[in-house]
Design a protein around this ligand. Structure first.
Ligand code: PEP
Ligand code: MG
Length: 314
């Protein structure tokens, strides 16, 4: 008889006091769309578009791209879908994009830098996305990866708008742009913090290298202090700030992020339920105290412990 009972409906992400924290999905292709919807994603916070390019000998046509984008947008009528422009670089070689081998690909011509050096790829992608937007009801946002400067953010935002995409923002995954978050948010519509790369670049530790994996910890107070800058700039400007790196999938860290001023959290769909449950245990005031406790720490371990201690009291 139990099997016949309908599962309780999944409620939108919210804190104990009712403060909404939309919980969004990270998607790596159009295939995981159904799973995201079934697990209650309230939209998409990061649609990685690399899958369209990585196995190809030449850039996919505008029409191929339009179809792929449309198949994701169609699953989220009336909801936000944040599409990230191609994040390629010398570590993910594309015959049609990079021309020179690099000794330090993580610091090279990657992300938006590579797109600006190959502008046709970017303008085709923006054209395809604008066409997909025309054909669906989703609220389409577009963002650029690996942005280091406000000039880059400004150039990308202008180009996206010229192509008919009304909401354009950038990822914050390089310390330089996190530190400039106030200036950034006067020049673009939103910021989405990519904690995987932000941690890699803050700690100067390759995120793919096992021997330095212990440094790839977003609980490190150096990373939290950078996120605090971005959260504060979001609050001051009224512009949305999300997190779409792995940190958003750690339930207690998700509470810390909200306490630092983050408005939305995006994660792999499998993590949505645990994060949703943890957020419901704390008010916004408590989230701020838990974040403040983490910020007093000197190490990642201490930050985690301080947050756990503060969460138990709340
Ligand atoms: C990140 O860097 O945190 C991020 C979300 O982007 P990716 O993992 O695709 O580099
Ligand atoms: Mg990244």
């Amino acid at each position: 008889a139990h099997e016949a009972e309908a599962a309780a409906p999944i409620t939108p992400g919210a804190l104990a006091d009712g403060t909404a924290v939309p919980l969004l999905a990270n998607l790596g292709s159009a295939k995981s769309t159904d799973k995201a919807v079934a697990l209650g994603a309230e939209g998409v916070g990061l649609f990685r578009t690399e899958f369209l390019f990585l196995s190809a000998d030449e850039a996919p046509s505008v029409d191929e791209q339009r179809q792929a984008y449309q198949s994701v947008l169609e699953a989220f009528p009336g909801q936000k879908v944040v599409v990230r422009a191609l994040d390629a670089g010398a570590d993910k070689p594309l015959s049609f994009l990079n021309d020179a081998p690099e000794e330090n690909p993580a610091l090279g011509l990657r992300g938006l830098r590579a797109l600006m050096a190959n502008e046709q790829i970017l303008t085709d992608q923006l054209t395809a996305l604008a066409q997909a937007q025309e054909n669906t009801e989703a609220d389409v946002w577009v963002m650029a990866p690996m942005v280091s400067t406000v000039e880059e953010a400004e150039a990308f935002t202008a180009l996206a708008k010229e192509h008919g995409l009304a909401t354009a923002g950038v990822m914050v995954e390089v310390p330089s742009i996190a530190l400039m978050a106030d200036e950034l948010l006067t020049r673009t519509d939103f910021a989405s913090i990519g904690t995987n790369d932000l941690t890699q670049y803050t700690m100067a530790a390759d995120r793919l290298l096992g021997s330095v994996a212990s440094l790839q910890d977003p609980w490190h107070p150096a990373v939290l202090r950078l996120i605090r800058e971005v959260g504060a700039a979001g609050i001051a400007s009224g512009k949305p700030v999300g997190v779409c790196g792995e940190a958003a999938a750690d339930p207690l860290l998700a509470v810390v992020l909200v306490g630092l001023g983050v408005n939305t959290l995006s994660m792999s769909p499998a993590a949505l339920a645990d994060v949703r449950a943890e957020l419901k245990l704390h008010t916004v005031e408590e989230a701020r105290s838990i974040a403040a406790a983490a910020l007093t720490a000197a190490t990642a371990t201490q930050a985690r412990e301080a947050a756990q201690g503060a969460a138990q009291k709340s």
